[in-house]
Design a protein around this ligand. Sequence first.
Ligand code: PLP
Length: 380
Amino acid sequence: MAKLGRELAAKGVDVISLSLGETDFFTPQHVKQAAKEAIDQNYSYYTPVAGYPELRKAIAAKLKNENGLDYGFDQIVVSTGAKQSLANALMCLINPGDEVIIPTPYWVSYSELVKLAEGESVFIDATIESDFKITPEELEAAITPKSKVFMFSSPNNPTGYVYSYDELAALVKVLEKHPDIFIISDEIYEHINFLDRHVSIAEFESVKDRVIIINGLSKAYAMTGWRLGYSASNKEIAAACDKLQSQITSGTCSITQRAGVAAYEGGLESVREMKEVFLRRRDLVYGLLKDIDGLKVNLPDGAFYFFPDVSSFFGKTTADGQTIANADELALYLLNTSHVAVVSGDAFGDPKSIRISYAAADEKLIEACKRIKAGLSQLN
Ligand code: PLP
């Protein structure tokens, strides 16, 4: 959709893109400064595969100070992004035919990474009625003798749900009964969380040794292009990820790593400011989307997306006589008619919904919602 949106924009159409999964903020100044200094100080050589020790120590300190979690720096493996850390973990853990339990909707790459690792995805379908969260009973029902990994993100992309401590505790009770299942906890949206605090499933000592936390700089520090992610896990998994990564990418960019030290040691002020803006935008967009007839929308507690159910529009007809069959066609209709780019939920394993990102300026969000409302009201 982003590509189609750009093509339309290149033809002179005023397209508002709410399709991308990245913030519209700039990288904090002190982080950019550290990168400039790293260039001048000749940080230009290969780095240790798992990252500079000072960066891994800064990440371990972050996990202690922000999350109350004890990890040694040798349990941290820095990579070229949370995506690579997810890939590392899956490649190390999965043998052909192993099952990976993934609640839907899920981030697009999860199922593709499982395929690359020659595993089988087992989906648990969640709906807007349960705020897209799964119950302990649903998790239990998805477990088979082949289950190897349970993988989820909270705060979640694409739905914005956030698991509370009690909700995670209930899932942990199930996982305690199945000690052979590893847990990949994607916490990349940790800091865009409007609840009291972020809860990591690694806080539960009974499962901590089997948890692989995935996180990085992309969302919290507006650094998607810099490419830095990490995993925190037990030492055996960390050593395996290190070994695998050494044959694929080696250590991530030296300059980015030095910038990463500044980010993790530089305090959370920029992160808090960004969160305030996202909270304001969330409330703004929620008010506007709620006002659109036929759209079923929930109030997300984190990340920067809405994931409304648009199935009430399926079967309706456009002004030029085309019938909207599914979310893909609705997203295309909104692009071509309303000139707003959103993403079909199909990509996230939920063909009834669309994803609307609110990582855009207020005026754009207001105008986009106005256009979506007008476009949808023209369907008969
Ligand atoms: N996990 C989730 C849930 C995401 O939404 C994204 C990016 O959109 C990533 C991981 C990848 O992050 P990175 O840029 O660090 O590879």
